[in-house]
Write a protein that binds this ligand. Structure first.
Ligand code: PMP
Length: 393
């Protein structure tokens, strides 16, 4: 039967590009013998104690809705956790909401603050959802380019340059997917000054904060006079290997959390009680497992960065996340051709940097959330691919 339903699709949704990452995954899934460094999720199974908490919740018959804001026990634990890590006090009754991953927190936050036509600044290359989520609010997302020369740190001068009348908010992500960049306290202080000067609300996606290998992670929310204009987003997917559990949270000033709560009430109701119980266990007893996984990522990072540089693909050492972002421009190919040909000729999946924004051109993202053997195997194949390019030049 012919599908004629396209005419019903809203214009702004029709205009929205599909995520560039998924196309690659679909090819990889059907390719026999492919090695994937494409996926942005931990290869570890969720630690057993956390899985057990979900099993226990089911056994005890915990199958109901929870408070729209999330389980009180979980919000209390989040409040203590954020206070311990950042010295930030959030009231679990009015300033914290539990969401379906950081994905929902981000979407709900943008919908809570953006009027149609508002503008929001974000740094790119970045997580694929930021600009599309803003356009779902009929808002305009303005990308601030970052460069390899700066280790993909957000340059306050570039930020100032990108600012326009109508900018209401600034979306930050440190450590950054896909570049592994982090922000020093000094840099955050400069960004904070700018946000105050321009009266911007800051949404800070800190989902990779535990996976910081160099220096201490600082939240911009903890800087002077920032708590009242910052929404802190975090979740369990990365640090605790809980992507499938779908739990995240937002902490921020009560008026914004309340606005988010209205949207969340009508669209989501609440996160699953089963996975909220598991998230609580992660906060109470998951630290050792989290540190064990982080140490493994750290070892893998050092391996993959060394191998890329040996192959002749210049690669800075990511200070956080589980992504390497090698410069592939010496191959003479653009990012998409490099990743596509590598996939077809050597069956290795990495993601073209342009999937994360125009400033990703010349780079590809290789995830090291996979085991040592896979990384070695993938790097051997990438070396063969790069050699084959030299031979054809
Ligand atoms: N933010 C960033 C920067 C991410 O990389 C991801 C997942 N790749 C998310 C948010 C969404 O995470 P989740 O919804 O699983 O919490």
């Amino acid at each position: 039967m012919e599908d004629t339903s396209a005419r019903y699709v809203a214009h702004h949704v029709e205009r929205m590009p599909k995520s560039g990452i998924r196309d690659f995954f679909n090819i990889v899934a059907q390719m026999h013998g492919a090695v994937s460094l494409g996926i942005g999720e931990p290869d570890f199974v969720t630690p057993f104690g956390i899985r057990e908490a979900a099993i226990r919740a089911l056994e005890k018959g915990k199958t109901s809705y929870t408070d729209n804001r999330g389980l009180k026990t979980l919000r209390d634990a989040i409040s203590r956790h954020v206070a311990r890590n950042h010295g930030l006090e959030y009231d679990p009754d009015t300033e914290i909401i539990v969401t379906i991953g950081v994905s929902e927190a981000l979407d709900t936050a943008l919908r809570a603050i953006l009027n149609p036509g508002d503008k929001i600044l974000y740094h790119e290359p970045c997580f694929v959802s930021y600009a599309p989520c803003a356009s779902l609010c009929h808002a305009l997302a303005i990308g601030v380019p970052t460069t390899a020369a700066d280790n993909f740190a957000l340059d306050p001068v570039a930020l100032r340059h990108a600012w326009q009348i109508g900018c209401k908010a600034l979306l930050l992500n440190f450590p950054t997917n896909p570049t592994g960049g982090t922000a020093s306290k000094e840099l955050l202080a400069q960004i904070a000054t700018f946000a105050q000067e321009k009266d911007l609300f800051v949404i800070s996606d800190e989902i990779y904060s535990e996976l910081t290998y160099e220096g201490e992670h600082t939240s911009i929310a903890a800087l002077p006079n920032m708590r009242e204009r910052t929404l802190y987003l975090h979740g369990f997917s990365k640090a605790y290997a809980m992507t499938g559990f779908r739990v995240g949270y937002a902490c921020g000033p009560a008026s914004v959390i309340n606005a988010m709560l209205k949207i969340h009430q009508y669209t989501i109701m609440c996160a699953s009680i089963i996975t909220q119980e598991a998230a609580l266990e992660a906060l109470l007893n998951g630290r050792d497992d989290m540190l064990r996984m982080r140490d493994k990522y750290h070892e893998r990072r050092d391996l993959i960065v060394r191998r890329f540089n040996e192959i002749g693909l210049r690669c800075h050492s990511p200070r956080g996340t589980f992504y390497a972002f090698p410069d592939i421009s010496s191959s003479g190919l653009d990012s998409t051709s490099f990743a596509t040909r590598l996939l077809h000729e050597q069956k290795v999946a990495i993601v073209p940097g342009t999937a994360f924004g125009p400033s990703g051109e010349g780079f590809c993202r290789a995830s090291f959330s996979t085991n040592y053997e896979n990384i070695i195997n993938a790097c051997d194949r990438i070396a063969r691919f790069v050699d084959s390019l030299k031979n054809t030049h």
